[in-house]
Design a protein around this ligand. Structure first.
Ligand SMILES: [Zn+2]
Length: 415
């Protein structure tokens, strides 16, 4: 990887188009000057043109020379690429599951761009995708993609109101900009306060986190817009803020509020006080910005990270294993037959674990939609098929405790 990095640095530093652009500009300047001379005095045309010939030829040669360097830079870069990824072919289209759902793919891309705040790119993309509707291609899983399922049509067209989403994300980015760049908490606090009830039902601490940071900001000498003002008056401003704003937090955050207000006693040496961690926390702004993004997206019914980004990252992690598997299957002439299930474990980072997996303690099989986990009244959980086998439709004893129950009393467990 180091060799690749070096090549990229080289391309950025030396083998870039800067010199060519300068030389092309010089040529343009020369031609423009000649045009001005001729238009000012048409009689000077023959001599001006004659004078131009050699310099123009030279300038073309120079531009060509400039490009040679770039070509050789690109060449050695592609060599380094080939060397690094020599035995790593791209996956074949055999397992393609995407070509039959191009409108869903377009929707995912547009959503991703909107979520990243790339509004103009997103609107151009949506415009072009609408102007040239994609043609679904048959894939092994969807051999006849023209019979679109109703849910897919709905998802691709009906629920996707890009203008509304754009407005919502524009609001999110405005608040985030104020928060991160301007250190101005006011818009975020106003947003959270308007949704106080919903946030509280979700068990979110966002509103308190924002107000706590506002308290800390005032304490350390900033005003409400995030500007640094007289620090010696900070503690008093923070105290008056706590008096007017912390009332609603008394029940849920009594201890934190006590600590914050108690810290005012240490205002001269807060760095050595037991409350240090509340006041000197480098990552506090990033933390509230992350909480805010998470809550904002949740209230829109979306996950905090772009699903396309997560899918692409998980795919990149899984790809080497899957390619290896494909090779093994080719050698052994076996086929991957289990639908909707990967034949190997793909280790993903913990933040990519979204669903718990249930493995039946009796059959050792993984739960599926057809064979879901069922909980018996005693609280033990086994798979539906195991339950059917053990009970045969009548009262039966739990395999893990003396509890007896009827299969109709068992309840499906959703993970
Ligand atoms: Zn039991």
């Amino acid at each position: 990887m180091e060799a690749l990095k070096l090549e990229v640095e080289q391309l950025e530093k030396r083998d870039n188009l800067q010199q060519s652009i300068e030389d092309v500009q010089k040529t343009i300047d020369m031609l423009v000057n000649a045009r001005n001379t001729i238009s000012a005095d048409p009689k000077a045309a023959p001599i001006t043109l004659a004078k131009l010939q050699t310099p123009v030829k030279h300038s073309f040669d120079r531009v060509n020379d400039d490009l040679k360097k770039i070509h050789s830079g690109l060449n050695s870069y592609s060599k380094a690429l080939n060397k690094k990824f020599k035995d790593k072919p791209l996956p074949t289209a055999e397992n393609d599951a995407l070509s039959s759902h191009p409108s869903l793919m377009n929707r995912a891309i547009a959503m991703h761009l909107l979520r990243e705040g790339q509004f103009s790119v997103a609107s151009t993309f949506i415009e072009e995708a609408n102007a040239h509707p994609p043609h679904p291609e048959p894939t092994p899983g969807t051999p006849n993609p023209y019979i679109q399922e109703a849910w897919e049509k709905d998802l691709a067209n009906g629920t996707f109101n890009s203008e509304k989403l754009q407005q919502q994300f524009a609001e999110m980015y405005h608040i985030l900009h104020e928060l991160k760049q301007q250190k101005n908490l006011a818009p975020a606090i106003a947003w959270a306060r308007e949704r106080s009830g919903v946030l509280e039902t979700r068990g979110s601490n966002l509103e308190f986190e924002l107000c706590r940071l506002q308290f800390v900001c005032l304490f350390t000498g900033r005003d409400f817009q995030g500007n640094m003002v007289n620090p010696s008056e900070g503690p008093l401003r923070a105290l008056s803020y706590a008096r007017s704003e912390f009332g609603p937090f008394q029940n849920r955050y009594a201890r934190e509020v006590q600590q914050l207000v108690g810290a005012i006693l240490y205002w001269q040496n807060i760095g050595e006080s037991p409350y240090r961690r509340h006041f000197i926390n480098e990552s506090a702004w990033d933390e509230v910005a992350n909480s805010f993004t998470r809550e904002f997206c949740s209230l829109l019914g979306l996950s905090a990270d772009s699903p396309l980004y997560i899918a692409a990252t998980a795919g990149a992690i899984a790809l080497p294993t899957l390619l290896k598997l494909q090779n093994i299957m080719k050698e052994k002439r076996t086929e991957w037959t289990t639908q909707n299930e990967l034949p190997v474990e793909i280790p993903l980072p913990p933040s990519y674990h979204f669903h718990s997996i249930f493995v039946c303690p009796v059959s050792k099989e993984q739960g599926t939609d057809q064979n879901p986990p069922m909980m018996m009244p005693c609280g033990h959980v086994i798979a539906q098929e195991s339950l059917d086998k053990l009970s045969k439709g009548a009262r039966f004893k739990c395999p893990y405790c003396p509890g007896e129950s009827h299969p109709r009393d068992a309840r499906k467990v959703f993970l």
